[in-house]
Design a protein around this ligand. Structure first.
Ligand SMILES: [Zn+2]
Length: 484
């Protein structure tokens, strides 16, 4: 059995770093007769999704709860574990068959009482993929909760789930597992499996698994074949870099010594390290250590984003590194070389105003205000609050943002800013933008990026736009949205 399966959580208590959810679930199990919730499980990143849904399903049906955890041995737990009861249904909404058949397969059948279990459970994974029609059909079912039917929805993109569904569910935000908790979890596994390990090696694994426990355990499993999880083995087996190598590389870049930097890069390349992964690891490192050398690390973030976005264009990834670093080294002597080129491109590019055409009236309404504001330029502060702006333009803001990012001509920035930076409202010529990840924050705090985006937004809206950026953690952001 793989370690990932062996250490898959079988009780609530085994879900690491999710105490905020465990406490609520256990409290609900204690007062079992009042449990008539539907659940919406939200993950910032794919992890133990169906596992967690199954845990709740088992606990709701378990005949012999152990400290309010499912026992995993009673008849009902077994039925769910083996997936042999018709009362327990797991559906992947990403599959179109289910979307089409939602009425026949779920809604009609949900009205019959359970036959083998005490509660009928429908788990719908990737629920945000359901069509509007399917959501409406579901809504009617969950609006009239029955004591013996429970829906458990799971999603990685809660912003795509309609508010009407969210407001009728108990929402659980699963947290990313930070390095410390992840490393101690992996340590426990290594001890139980009699594996030799070093803490720094486990830290690398935590880092490349991007806070996802399942992936981290999978990596431990892969390297465990060598029985010794040290930095060298982890690096060799997973083709990744160890932290001191990343640090050294950054120090070399700081010397501006082209020969030294390029020879270091060649060295990394010949060691067989996966250079795409190396760029990602470096960005992770920069983000974690941003305060140690903020200006330099922000510039480095930009270099490595450049590398990630161009690396696939070259048959040898090392070339992407050398070009990006060379550009940076040249830029230090003659300001930024890339900026004039980008601006030229923006001016020459044909405007895409499709989003304007669809709602022409609203744009015109804005115009008198626009002129006034553009005269006042950047130091302008909004004169009046227009609470309705948000609602009226929310549909357009998304389109506006996507159009602008497309024109920015930076695929990586586009990918990360698309859903991780949100235009909240426009007040005068100020666009209020919320960023919900630290990577998006780094990208938008970069002066060059900011200038380019403000220029593009100004072109689209026909006035001098200033972006006002607020950072808020993704989980908190969606939690706020949910209760608004
Ligand atoms: Zn049980």
């Amino acid at each position: 059995m793989s370690l990932a399966n062996k250490y898959r959580p079988k009780t609530f208590d085994e879900m690491i770093w999710q105490e905020h959810i465990i406490d609520i679930l256990k409290a609900q199990m204690k007062s079992r007769d009042v449990v008539h919730h539907n659940y919406l499980l939200f993950w910032p990143r794919w992890t133990w999704k169906t596992t967690s849904a199954r845990l709740i399903a088992k606990a709701l049906n378990c005949l012999n709860l152990q400290d309010w955890n499912p026992c995993n041995h009673c008849a009902n737990c077994e039925l769910i574990n083996n997936w042999t009861s018709l009362d327990y249904v797991e559906i992947d909404a990403a599959s179109h068959t289910w979307v089409d058949n939602i009425r026949e397969e779920i809604i009609d059948k949900a009205s019959y009482p359970p036959t083998t279990l005490s509660k009928k459970i429908y788990v719908i994974d990737e629920v945000h993929m359901l069509s509007k029609w399917a959501f409406n059909a579901l809504l009617k079912t969950i609006e009239e909760p029955k004591g013996n039917v429970c829906f458990i929805f799971a999603t990685t993109e809660i912003h795509k789930v309609p508010d009407t569904i969210i407001s009728r569910c108990q929402v659980f935000n699963y947290k990313k597992v930070p390095d410390n908790a992840m490393v101690s979890h992996l340590e426990n596994i290594c001890k139980q499996e009699n594996l030799k390990y070093t803490e720094s090696a486990l830290k690398i694994i935590s880092n490349i698994s991007e806070w996802c426990v399942r992936d981290a355990v999978k990596y431990v499993d892969q390297v465990s074949i060598l029985w010794d999880l040290n930095e060298e083995n982890v690096a060799r087996f997973l083709w990744v870099a160890w932290e001191s190598l990343i640090k050294e590389t950054l120090q070399d870049i700081k010397t501006w010594d082209r020969e030294k930097i390029f020879s270091k890069l060649d060295n990394i390349w010949w060691q067989g390290i996966d250079l795409s992964q190396f760029a990602k690891q470096t960005i992770g490192y920069l983000d974690q250590h941003l305060l140690e050398d903020t200006d330099f690390y922000l510039r480095c973030s930009e270099i490595f984003w450049d590398i990630i976005s161009t690396i696939k264009r070259y048959p040898y990834p090392i070339v992407a590194y050398k070009i990006a670093i060379n550009k940076y080294l040249n830029g230090n002597n003659t300001e930024s070389t890339s900026k004039p080129v980008i601006e030229k491109k923006i001016i020459s590019e044909e405007k895409k105003n499709d989003w304007k055409k669809e709602e022409p009236q609203k744009i015109e309404e804005q115009k008198p205000e626009i002129k006034q504001d553009s005269e006042k330029k950047a130091e302008n502060t909004p004169q009046e609050n227009k609470p309705n702006d948000h609602k009226d333009y929310s549909w357009n803001f998304k389109e506006l943002w996507n159009n602008v990012l497309e024109k920015m001509n930076k695929p990586t920035a586009q990918t990360h800013l698309k859903d991780e930076a949100i235009i909240e409202k426009k007040e005068g010529n100020i666009l209020e933008i919320t960023v919900i990840t630290s990577l998006a924050k780094v990208l938008l705090n970069n002066e060059d990026n900011k200038k380019v985006l403000e220029k593009l937004l100004s072109d689209e809206l026909g006035e001098n736009i200033t972006m006002n950026i607020t950072f808020i953690k993704k989980e908190e952001y969606f939690a706020q949205k949910m209760w608004l």
